[in-house]
Design a protein around this ligand. Structure first.
Ligand SMILES: [Zn+2]
Length: 203
């Protein structure tokens, strides 16, 4: 994964399996130093050494613009070009932590990962589009994460001023809750991947 390369385009298949399910991770991009204003880069997904998907990204202050083409089975190619807000959260020990704000209309959740179908969005949004019959493990884990978000007053609020430590909460409590939140969101991520393995996705 990653790096720059040719301008090859890609499409989602009619039924995407987990291996075809693209995600982008803001932590990875931050670590690679990609999230500097003015920076342009391509992000690729490979399978057995072959590039199977690519998006282009350009970074502005507070935004990363995603640009790519997608195609539903039997449909025309569709170009996408839209900004995803970047939220910088000051860390207790200095520096900033970056997050994506989910670009789906009416969402704006602060997340580390966005999942691509036609558009990149958070798990909640994919879940809303594809309701499930019974509660799956990823939903249980997500519910735990959501409860912690409520305590942190981070629910659905993309404003970076609102994602800091709540007033009156001890740093120790805050740090523990952030760690728990990450744990449950990771758990939810991996159980979602397992869940998707058994589910045929239509794009
Ligand atoms: Zn969302």
């Amino acid at each position: 994964m990653g790096g720059t390369g040719s301008g090859r385009h890609w499409h989602w298949g009619t039924k995407s399996t987990t291996s075809e399910f693209r995600s982008i991770d803001v932590r990875r991009w931050a670590r690679e130093g990609f999230l500097t204003p003015g920076r342009r880069f391509s992000w690729q997904w490979t399978q057995e050494g072959e590039v199977v998907a690519q998006i282009n990204a350009s970074v502005e202050r507070g935004y990363v613009n995603l640009s790519y083409r997608s195609r539903d089975y039997g449909e025309e190619w569709e170009s996408h070009d839209y900004p995803v807000r970047l939220l910088a959260q000051p860390c207790h020990y200095g520096g900033n932590r970056q997050w994506f704000a989910c670009p789906a209309r009416g969402c704006g959740r602060r997340v580390a990962k966005l999942y691509g179908g036609r558009l990149f969005a958070c798990r909640h949004c994919h879940q809303l589009v594809y309701p499930v019959q019974r509660e799956a493990a990823f939903q249980r884990n997500q519910r735990r994460a959501d409860k912690i978000r409520e305590r942190l007053a981070w629910v659905n609020d993309p404003d970076p001023m609102e994602v800091a430590k709540p007033k009156g909460m001890h740093w120790r409590t805050y740090n523990r809750l952030v760690a728990e939140l990450e744990h449950w969101e990771e758990a939810s991520n991996s159980s979602l991947i397992q869940y998707l393995d058994r589910l045929a996705w239509e794009y």
